[in-house]
Design a binder for this molecule. Structure first.
Ligand SMILES: Cc1cc2nc3c(=O)[nH]c(=O)nc-3n(C[C@H](O)[C@H](O)[C@H](O)COP(=O)(O)O)c2cc1C
Ligand SMILES: Nc1ncnc2c1ncn2[C@@H]1O[C@H](COP(=O)(O)OP(=O)(O)O)[C@@H](O)[C@H]1O
Length: 261
């Protein structure tokens, strides 16, 4: 773990489009080698968020002092003076001396894509996810209908939180800007359907607050399950208060809003 207060740097990050929190590292001797890493970044003991972490002297700008700086994904807040903790997950590449700031910015954009790919691990997980639904399953139909309706490419994804924790999300777009869970049971309404809805609402709100603060979260339900969301029911109010959208899948690719944004 790398710890240190967030201090001012050269003021170059934000104009480049990648603001970086510079750490006054408490134990410089314990630092790993120079490079660009995927890491998890937390402030004042709060929840950790994925970040790109650059360790090195910034040779592109002729720097001589080794710095540790973190560009936190999907965050925009003043971090100066706060205590940061960074856990490195994996090395993405070595530090390089680029010929121009533009070339560095291009590399940083590519680092960000690499980091997001690492976070939403690969094809295998996706294949497994689709298989879990079965070819004629209602979940598969729901996911395709949602992709169509919202104009995004939703797929099952496995998310790697970096500390060994992994979780499956039933539908997410490439950047996890949209996170979807589905409860597609049919037949008679039973209390277990309510429990599944609750578990999914918990999973979605937690994932948004700890990993993807900017994300839109959505629950898609069958007609049977939609009974959980009666107009006077507290679950309906909870979904609205927590910013969880609920859509009803009525079959044949059609969707209706039950709880809006
Ligand atoms: C993802 C990422 C990759 C980086 N890679 C390099 C690099 O290869 N070479 C380099 O000179 N600086 C690299 N940097 C550091 C930038 O030069 C530095 O963040 C920028 O100059 C802003 O510095 P400041 O926060 O002190 O203003 C990288 C920074 C980030 C966030
Ligand atoms: N997503 C983010 N990641 C890192 N820092 C951010 C982010 N959003 C806002 N900031 C703020 O911007 C500062 C970094 O901006 P930057 O232009 O790189 O200046 P400096 O050279 O002082 O680090 C951070 O210290 C933090 O207060």
């Amino acid at each position: 773990m790398i710890r240190g207060e967030v201090v001012h740097g050269a003021g170059r990050g934000r104009p480049l489009g990648f603001p970086t929190a510079n750490l006054a590292v408490e134990d410089p001797a314990g630092l790993p080698g120079d490079g660009v890493y995927l890491g998890m970044f937390a402030l004042d003991g709060g929840p950790a968020a994925p970040a790109l972490v650059s360790i090195g002297a910034n040779p592109t700008f002729g720097g001589e002092v080794r710095t540790v700086e973190a560009y936190v994904l999907d965050r925009d807040e003043d971090m100066y003076g706060r205590r940061a903790e960074v856990r490195l997950v994996t090395l993405i590449r070595e530090q390089e001396r680029f010929d121009s700031a533009e070339a560095l910015v291009e590399a940083m954009a590519s680092d960000e894509r690499a980091a997001r790919r690492l976070l939403t691990m690969g094809e295998d997980a996706e294949e497994r996810g689709w298989r879990r639904f079965g070819p004629d399953s209602i979940e598969r139909a729901m996911l395709l209908a949602l992709s169509d309706e919202l104009g995004v490419d939703l797929r099952p994804r496995s998310i790697n939180l970096g500390d060994g924790t992994r979780l499956e999300i039933e539908g997410a777009d490439e950047n996890c800007g949209l996170l979807v869970q589905m409860v597609g049971n049919q037949g008679t309404f039973r209390s277990l359907h309510r429990n599944k809805v609750m578990a999914d609402m918990f999973k979605l709100t937690w994932l948004r607050s700890s990993m993807f603060p900017e994300s839109r979260i959505l629950l898609c339900v069958s007609e049977t399950v939609a009974q959980v969301f009666s107009p006077s029911g507290w679950t309906t109010r909870a979904a609205r208060d927590l910013g969880i959208e609920v859509l009803l899948y009525t079959g044949d690719g059609k969707l209706q809003t039950v709880v809006g944004k």
